[in-house]
Design a protein around this ligand. Sequence first.
Ligand code: ATP
Ligand code: MG
Length: 500
Amino acid sequence: MRAYIEMIQRQDQPAMQHMGYGTTEGGGFVLGGQLCRRDAHGCVAFAPASLDRTAASMAHLLKPAGTLDNWKRAANLYARPGEEPMAFVVLTGFAAPLLHFTDTSGLLVHLCGESGTGKSTVMATTAAIWGNPKALVQHAPTSKYGSTHNALMAELGVLHNLPLMFDELPLTRPEGVFRLLHALVSGYERNRMSPSLDLKPGRTWQSVYLSAARCPLRTLAAGFSDGEHAAVFERTIEIALPRIDPRDRRWIAERAAAELALTNYGHAGQVFTQWLVANYDRLPKLIDTKREELMLRVGARRDEWCLFSGFAAVLVAAEMAKAAGLHDIDVEALGQWVIDTLLPAQRQGGGASRREPGGLLGEFLKENMANTVVARQRRAIRPGPDESVRGLPPGGRPYVRYIKNYGEADISERVFRDWCRRKQVDYRQAVADMKRRGQLIREHCRCALARGLACSGMEGQEKVRCLRVCVSASMVGLDDDDGENRNGSSHRRSPARPGW
Ligand SMILES: Nc1ncnc2c1ncn2[C@@H]1O[C@H](COP(=O)(O)OP(=O)(O)OP(=O)(O)O)[C@@H](O)[C@H]1O
Ligand SMILES: [Mg+2]
C-alpha cells in the first residue's frame, strides 16, 4: 500500500525539466535522456529524465554504441609505463563531472604536440567515455569550418558537467580564441538582452575541457593582456607530448586498437555515473583530502589552488574509474608523474612562458641567434667592411640586424611572417603583441641586414622590408656587458660607449 501511495505522489509531482547534463541537486546525475539516482533503499538506477528542448536535441550524442570492452582496449593502450601524459588526458574525461565538487569554475587541459603524436586519437578516446567522439570533439571551433560561438555556448550549457574537446585550435579565428578559452574556464556565458529587451541570463557549465594544437597555448593567446592571461592560465594545464621516435614501429600494429574509440563509446560514462551517484556524499571530502595531500607534499603556492583542484579531481576520478573496472592505468604511478613531471613543467614552462618578458619577439630572437648580425651603430663609420659589425656564425643567414648601442633591431618581415606561420601564430596578432609590449618602433622600414659584413656575399646587402623593434641585450641572448639597456619594453636608448 505504501509503495502505491509513493508512486501516486511521484506521479503527482510536476516533472522537473533539466536544461543540462550532470549532477542534480538531490545527488542525481542526468546523462542524456536519463536520470541516475539513488532510491529510498540506496540502490542506484536510471529512469527517464525530462529535458528541455535544447537538452533533448543533444541526447542522441550520448547514446552508447559498440562495446565497453572495445573502448577499454583503446584506453588501455595508455596504461603502459611511459604513457602517463596520454593516461592523464584520458582520465580528465572521468574527472570532468567531479569538478562540480570543487570551487573551480572550469579547467582546460591543452595538448601540444607535433603532427602524428596522437592528439586527435587520445581526444576521441576521452570523449568516447561519454558519447560519440565525432560530436564531442569540435574541430576548429568558431572558424569557418566549425560551430559558431553561440552554438558552442549552447552545447557547453547543455553538456554542463560533461566534457567537450577542441581540436585544431589554431584554425579558430584569433579573436575567437580568447573568447572561447575565457568562457571555458570561467564557466558561464555573458548575459544578453533579448530583442524584446528582456535580460537573458547566460548559460553555465563546470567541467574539464581539452584542446589540442601543434603549438603551446600561449602562442595562440598572444595579444592578450597579462590580466586576461592570468585568468585563463591559472585554470590551464598544458601537456607537451613527446616527439615521436621514428624507430618505434609498435604503433602500426596498434593503430586499429587506438581507433576503436571512434565506434565504441558511451558505455564507460554509464558505469561511471552510477559510481558517482553511489559515492556522491563522499566525493567532496575525497577530493579535498587529495588536494590537501598534494599541496602539502610539494609546498604549493596560493595561486596554484585551481591547478591542484584539477590534479585532485583527476586522481580521485582515476581511482574510482579503476575500482569500477574501467581502465588498467596505474593510478599511483600517475600521481607520482603529476608531482615529478607535470607540476614542474607547469611551473617552469607554463609559469615562465605565461609571462615571458620578451613575448613572441623574444622567442623569435632567441631562435634566430645564429642569424643575427650585431652592429655597434646604425651607420658605418667608413664605407666598405666595417669592423664594428660582428659576423654571423658559419651557416647563419642574415635575418636580424641588432644595433647594440641603440638597443634596437631590424628583423626581416618575410622571415618573421614565415616563423609566425610555422608557429601557427597570426602575424597581425604577433605585431599587436609587440605593440602592446612597447617593442615595436616602426612596422615598415627597409634595411640591408648584413651591411658592412666583409664576406656575406650579396645576401643581406640588399634592402629588405623590416620591422624595427626595441630589444634588450638579454632578449637576444648576448652578454649585457654594460649593464644598460635591460628594459626591452622601453624606448630609451642606451648611450653609445666605446668598445663592446
Ligand atoms: N596510441 C596509438 N597507438 C597506435 N597508433 C596511434 C596511437 N595514437 C594515434 N595513432 C595513430 O597515429 C596516427 C596519427 O594520430 P593522430 O591523428 O591522433 O595525431 P595528431 O597528433 O592529431 O596529428 P595532427 O596534428 O596531424 O592532427 C593516426 O593514424 C592514429 O590512428
Ligand atoms: Mg589531429
